[in-house]
Design a binder for this molecule. Sequence first.
Ligand code: ASP
Length: 317
Amino acid sequence: MNNPSAESTRPQIVVLGTGGTIAGTATGDPSLPGYTAGVLSVDALLQGIPALSRLARIHTEQVANLDSKDMDFAVWTQLAERVAHWLAQPHIAACVISHGTDTLEETAYFLQLVHRTNKPVVLTAAMRPATALDADGPQNLLDAVRVAVQPQSRGLGVVCVLHGRVHSARDVTKASTHRMDAFTSGERGPLGEVDGDSLRLWRQPAAEPGAPFAIPAAEAWPRVEIVLNHAGADGALVRCLVANPALHPALRGLVIAGTGGGTVHQQLQAALLWAEQQGVRVQIASRVGPLRGGAEDGLNAVKLRVRLLLELGACRA
Ligand code: ASP
């Protein structure tokens, strides 16, 4: 029987489903690797975790059900709007989002840059589909809810909870294609760890200059592409991108995943200077890992692109 006083004291949270391997099912023998991502509903995922009802009163919403390699601006916009909608309600303490691992870091950083409240937003994912014998989704979802209901999580911004670690959206990146412990926060390290029902915090997240940004209207998302520096990078790709009249929308920004500390081939460098003269914003990251210092401190190329998308989306060409 439900205890009515416990019922009224448990925090209320919302869990938004977007798909991913965490909602994936095997297409054949569950002990074999083949599966389809984004099949099960968020309700179905939560039904398998009875311990959740002890921690929180949970509302759910299925925002999407896709393989996160196919994430796009329309789903990002809808997700950000649903997060804002739920968190604006005084009785909702936090929001948990189940997601695919492939673009988790981009969605997390996007939400970090447009998010406006102190209430926790916690993303989680899994490396194994829901039908796998060693599925990691249930534990990760339980841990995400544990973090979401902690008063200490208020003000941390958007975090990702995976494999018992709490990562800030700015620092987290997927670093393994197969390990259960697939995510790292690089040299900065995670913000903390989940310890049973409690949260052990080691540090606070870095500030986010310029945030919160407005979400661009559907037709106002600018085109920002990522180009890699490598042996023989002669800048031809940049020249094609800038000078292609068929490209719609036209190129507004370029993020370069440079070598080492953000270096680029001299021929690519010449093409970038020309691109800037044509009005394209160019920003430099490193293909090795996040650069240190400046406004881009700690951002890898995909996150620098998210930031540039929002900066350029705010000022139309
Ligand atoms: N392709 C999957 C996705 O990102 C991978 C995963 O979730 O682990 O949706």
